[in-house]
Structures are given as C-alpha cells and as structure tokens.
Write a protein that binds this ligand. Sequence first.
Ligand SMILES: *[C@@H]1O[C@H](CO)[C@@H](O)[C@H](O)[C@H]1NC(C)=O
Ligand SMILES: *[C@@H]1O[C@H](CO)[C@@H](O)[C@H](O)[C@H]1NC(C)=O
Length: 286
Amino acid sequence: MKQHKITTLIATIAALLLSCTTATRQCGNCGPHPVPYPLSTGPDCGDPSYKIRCTGGELWFDSLAGSSYTIKSVDPETRRIIIRPATLDKGACVSSDFHSEGISLNETLPFFIATGNTVFLLNCTISTPHAPPIDCSMSSLCHSYIKDHADTYACERVGTCCAYKTGGPHKEYEVRLRGVGGCAAYLSVVDFNGVVGPQGKGWPEPGVAVEWVAPQEPVCKEPVDCNALLNSKCGVGPTSGGLQRCLCNAGFKWDPTNGLCQGQTQIQSQISSKLKAKFKLKMIIY
Ligand SMILES: *[C@@H]1O[C@H](CO)[C@@H](O)[C@H](O)[C@H]1NC(C)=O
Ligand SMILES: *[C@@H]1O[C@H](CO)[C@@H](O)[C@H](O)[C@H]1NC(C)=O
C-alpha cells in the first residue's frame, strides 16, 4: 500500500514536471538532435516560418540559391543555429558554394546572420568586399588564419585576404561570393575571442552563426488551429501584425522560447503543488 502511494506520487510529480517543459507544438528529435521551438521540420510542428530540414538524421539549413549546410548545433537561449560553412574546392581558393554565391538568406524569413562571426573573404576582385569595418591589410587576422590552417594553402597565393565581424547596425542576410566584383572564397569562425595560442592553436572550429527572431504566436485561420496551443484563442491582437494568431487567454503570457501560453498563476500553483507533493512524499517515507 505504502509503495503504491509512493509510485503514484512519483508518477504525479513526473507528469507535473513534464507538463511544465513540453511545448505543445515542438517538433520531435531529428536523429539524436532536439529541434527546439520555433524551428520546424514538418507541417505539424514548430512555427512554419522557421523551416529547417531533417534528412538522414541530420538537420540542414537551406540557403536561398540552393546550397545546403549541415547544422552543427542549435541554442534556443541565444536563438542561434551554427551551420558548417562550405569547404574550399580541392587545391583552389574557391568555396564549394561559390556557384550559388555563398550563403544568402531570404529576407522575408525570420533568420539573419548572427552577431559573433569572424568572416574571412579571400581571392577577391575588389579591394573592399564588405562594408567597413573590414581589415584587408597585411596584418589582417585572415593571414594568420590561412597560415595556421594547412587545408587553406591554396589561398596563400591570392591577393586579397580580409576579415570582418558580423553584427553591425543593420541585419545582414548573406555571406556573399561573386566571380566579378566580389570574392571567390570565404571562411568563418564563431565567437573568436581574438587570441591565437602558440602554434596557431585556439582557433574555433569553422562555423557560421545564424540567428532567428523571437517568434510571435502561431498564425491561425480558424479556432481549431489553436487547439494545439493550450490556453489560446484565434484572433487579431494589437501586436499580431494584422494577422489572426493564437493569442493567449487573459492571465496567460506568450512564451516565445517554449512556444507556450504560460500562466503566471499556473506556474505558481504548479510549483506549489510540486512542493506539496514532495512534502507528502517525505511524510510517507518517514
Ligand atoms: C580565385 O578565384 C577565381 C574565380 O574568381 C578562380 O578562377 C581562381 O582559380 C581562384 N584562385 C585560386 C588560387 O584558386
Ligand atoms: C522567401 O520567403 C517567402 C515566404 O516564405 C516566400 O514567399 C518567397 O518565395 C521566398 N523567396 C524566395 C526567393 O525563395
């Protein structure tokens, strides 16, 4: 009897904890990789404007011109996706996505090039291939990167080697390559702290960070579209941009990180009932 009660209580606590963390519209894992809200790998989960692709157990980010990049990691707290950039063609200072003009994002979608990338542009036909500040001097970080990475040897022979950091005053949507009036290759690292250790150690792995805009409530056409989002109703609100959205009911607040309508009072009562449950458990044990 005692044991039965404890089992029931444990099950109740587990259910309470789950109900706290499960986003109703969050997509299932892609292979071993979680897909946090609002990212969407299918029509029935996530927010459809935040489409990424799950193929062969890997997550992919598709660029406008048809090139695709493996997603190395996703951080829902900073809303960043780190993609694996194109490599260089064998023995050439040309990126493998040169023909699709590098990375370009659809500006009407909620993704943009995040702050924190250090991008190197190489083998260019123009002297200033990006808006300032960009460093194309002989002391540019670009030269040290090439020197420290044997697989980029083909770029030692080219004229231009520039470095810039992303995250200027305007949102950027591309790392652009162009045969005429541009560059043929790029390399990128994320969150480089500016310090290269001895023997060229200490460079971060190649990566390009892409950020997503915090999602608004999901768009809806009819009331049933909002069934998946508990405590919401389909309607037009002051911030819904003229679109019908699943707006949270009074007393609940849209939580863009988890894709839930969070009730301030609900959280309180969930916490207090969890505490009560723990107390009961203790009382039964002792
Ligand atoms: C530099 O880029 C051009 C294309 O703009 C390419 O034809 C050339 O081979 C590249 N240089 C090297 C050293 O790979
Ligand atoms: C950009 O995204 C919008 C919204 O999904 C879509 O309608 C448009 O066709 C896309 N543009 C291109 C060039 O793919």
